[in-house]
Design a protein around this ligand. Structure first.
Ligand SMILES: [Zn+2]
Ligand SMILES: [Zn+2]
Length: 355
């Protein structure tokens, strides 16, 4: 056992920075020295609103990058010293969805940082099957910590069937919406970003969006008609009923709607129009590790600087007040919050190729 300093969730509103024991890796596990770990809306909801996923007491943190320090006896393909990024989801590998390579739908799917101790800590032990060896890309830690949320965006775009030359609408430019904008634009699609504030439109433009529109400014359907746009795919990332309703209203013949943000309320859909216009509504959840995580790392390497998405890195002591509370209250100033478990004060993020 080694001791590590960790951000441990004990219950709603009760996140403590304390010393926690990290066990030696089991046969199929690896011990990782965490270099950077992202924080997202799911962490904020678990910590601030109540239990959906997490089994407290548990160390949070599922979006991390670090160095392999020790490997279990049965681990063959991860070298000590390897630079890895987290996929976070643990799949059994043998159930029906796993055999169909849809590991994100595994019947016993569970997640590092919610169901077992995660990486808002100096060290973490995880199954070797949940980390990807990114040693070859030479990216900075703070960039690599973006791989897991980027993989979620890669998965959503892959599910949508979006192709180069298509037009796409991304509604909401938060953590996932920003990454979807980048993935779609990198694929060669023309992206229209819809956001509530101009700084988010500017961010989306920087990530490759061709156009932006403020959501309060015009009805989406009317705006699309005005600019003569017929998008192939609509991504709804806000999770708001109003966002989804505006997309359903705007979706034209043969288009695809991807509700990425999880709708909490049942909605009244006029399914007649969905049938008559052959509109596809496609679900998406998490990512398929083997496909989406390597692609996410490739896409992170395709852009030199991610400071506009994640510009400041926080120490563990500031996770609750500096990252989780602003996310929960909708006042986060950074699109992504990253934590350096070894830092004692906030520092500027380091991005790009460093190794
Ligand atoms: Zn997350
Ligand atoms: Zn399974």
């Amino acid at each position: 056992m080694i001791e590590t300093t960790a951000a441990v969730l004990h219950g709603v509103g009760d996140l403590r920075i304390e010393t926690r024991l990290v066990p030696p890796p089991g046969p199929h596990e690896v011990l990782i020295r965490v270099a950077a770990c992202g924080v997202c809306g799911s962490d904020a909801i678990e910590a601030g609103r109540g239990r959906v996923l997490a089994d407290p007491p548990v160390t949070l943190g599922h979006e991390f990058a670090g160095t392999v320090e020790a490997v279990g006896d049965a681990v063959r393909d991860l070298p000590v010293g390897g630079v890895v990024v987290s996929g976070a989801g643990i799949a059994c590998g043998t159930c029906r969805p796993c055999r169909a390579r849809r590991t994100n739908l595994c019947e016993s799917y569970h997640t590092i940082g919610f169901h077992r101790d995660g990486a808002l800590a100096g060290h973490v032990v995880v199954p070797a099957s949940t980390v990807y060896d990114a040693s070859h890309v030479g990216l900075a830690w703070d960039t690599l910590a973006l791989a897991q949320p980027m993989a979620i965006a890669v998965h959503a775009v892959r599910r949508s069937g979006l192709r180069a030359g298509d037009k796409a609408v991304v509604l909401g430019v938060g953590g996932i919406g920003a990454f979807i904008t980048h993935v779609a634009a990198a694929l060669g699609a023309e992206v229209l970003a819809v956001a509530r504030h101009q700084d988010k439109i500017d961010l989306a433009r920087g990530l490759g969006a061709a156009r932006g529109v403020l959501s309060g400014e015009a009805e989406l359907a009317a705006h699309l008609a005005e600019i003569g746009w017929e998008p192939a795919v609509f991504f709804e990332t806000s999770g708001s009923a109003a966002g989804l309703a505006s997309i359903i209203d705007a979706a034209g013949r043969g288009s695809t709607i991807v509700p990425v943000g999880i709708q909490r309320e049942p909605s009244t859909l006029s399914l007649g129009a969905i049938s008559l216009n052959e509109i596809a509504i496609i679900g998406t959840v998490a990512h398929v590790f083997a496909q989406d995580v390597p692609e996410a790392v490739r896409l992170l390497a395709a852009r030199a600087d991610w400071s506009d998405v994640a510009g400041t890195v926080l120490p563990l002591s500031e996770v609750a007040d500096g990252a989780l509370a602003p996310l929960l209250e909708g006042r986060a100033t950074q699109t992504k919050s990253i934590v350096d478990p070894w830092a004692s004060a906030p520092r500027p993020a380091i991005h790009g190729r460093v190794r």
